[in-house]
Design a binder for this molecule. Structure first.
Ligand code: COI
Length: 368
């Protein structure tokens, strides 16, 4: 079912002229419009598109105190054929639904949420099409967000919520994507509890937990954190805000989704492509000792992260307990590059979308 168009209150003055498309960075510029919907008295209502604006929130709202909030992220790409392609928004809608379940947010049924998200994204792109970057590697990042808006200091699920979808023209997430990022293995702090925690939900708490170790990594000269499990500090979980994959002796190994790892859409896409190509993938626990042993034996061929922001991100080195191990094949490795090229090719419409991942819509011609 397609949702009919949502009512629009357009901006009176666009901010587009102030955007420097040569220096987009990641996620600090927001398009003119946003989608909004509210939950009150037991139902979701008032879906509409409004000028991007500040939210009026009382200091007592539950989200600010107890973190009852979830978000997601997906991208839309401007193809050379004049079409916008939204990459797998249905998957992200399902994940947002799952995150809401975990955070006790009374979201609408999954199918309805998916239809609303896709329709809202289409309308936002149509309205703000001129904000969609044309340069390869740049895209329109779509950020849905659900927050608890009831003012209460009681620790319980709130009775009112706001659902926003905002869009942001973005460049690459990492400046040094070509040469690969350096990781520091974090064997003290964890991003999420390995059993029964919030790790599989895209919620603020996991990102808050990552800030101190992230800052410590950067202070020690590393780009990102390699997360281990919270029980034994032994098994690899994620890298920074991405899923992680290793190529060891010709096989791809990645940790399984078991509740502590975010079910990444790019992870799933990469695994699908590897399967298409007949490349063996093992989804199994991988101990940091096994990674270090593979470095030592020269069998660790490639390491890369997979996430929406960076797509596929090569890893150049891993620091563990005062030693830095360098990945054998100078990044990006052959498979890393193949996956990056295929995924970005599909996203920009340069390669066949054999799995029908893209939701396409025509764009008006760009004005000079
Ligand atoms: C992703 O790349 O998938 C992310 O979630 C990154 C975002 C938190 C900036």
């Amino acid at each position: 079912m397609q949702h009919s168009c949502f009512p629009v209150t357009p901006v009176t003055q666009s901010r587009l002229a102030r955007v420097d498309f040569d220096n987009l960075g990641f996620g600090s510029i927001f398009c003119d419009h946003m989608f909004s919907m509210i939950y009150e008295n037991g139902s979701w209502r008032n879906p509409e598109i409004l000028p991007y604006q500040a939210l009026a929130l009382e200091p007592g709202v539950a989200m600010l105190h107890y973190g009852q909030t979830v978000f997601d992220g997906y991208k839309a790409f401007r193809g050379e054929d004049g079409q916008a392609r939204i990459f797998r928004p249905g998957r992200n809608a399902q994940r947002l639904y799952d995150s809401c379940q975990r955070l006790c947010i009374p979201i609408m049924p999954a199918e309805e949420l998916r239809d609303i998200m896709i329709q809202a994204t289409r309308q936002l792109i149509e309205l703000d099409h001129a904000w969609m970057p044309a340069q390869w590697g740049h895209s329109l990042y779509v950020r849905p967000l659900v927050i608890a808006t009831e003012a209460t200091l009681e620790v319980r699920a709130a009775s009112s919520y706001r659902f926003i979808i905002m869009t942001s023209p973005v460049g690459g997430y990492f400046a040094n994507l070509k040469k690969g990022v350096s990781l520091r293995v974090e064997d003290r702090f964890t991003r999420a509890a390995s059993i029964g925690g919030l790790g599989a939900a895209k919620t603020a708490a996991n990102y808050a937990a990552s800030l101190l170790p992230g800052a410590q990594s950067r202070a020690q000269g590393f780009d990102q954190v390699l997360w281990l499990d919270s029980n034994e500090h032994r098994f690899v979980e994620e890298v920074g805000a991405m899923n992680i994959l290793f190529k060891i002796a010709g096989k791809v190994v990645t940790p399984p989704l078991g509740g502590s790892i975010l079910p990444g859409v790019v992870r799933d896409s990469a695994l699908t492509l590897l399967d298409d190509w007949g490349i063996a993938v093992e989804q199994r626990p991988i101990a940091i000792d096994e990674v270090i042993a593979a470095f030592a034996s020269g069998e660790l061929e490639e390491v890369f992260g997979a996430g929406t922001a960076a797509v596929i991100c090569p890893v150049a080195s891993i620091g563990y307990r005062d030693e830095v191990f360098t990945v054998a094949n100078t990044p990006p490795g052959e498979l890393t590059l193949r996956l990056y090229d295929e995924l970005t090719g599909i996203q920009y419409g340069a390669r066949a979308d054999t799995h029908a991942w893209n939701v396409c819509l025509p764009l008006p011609e760009m004005q000079d």
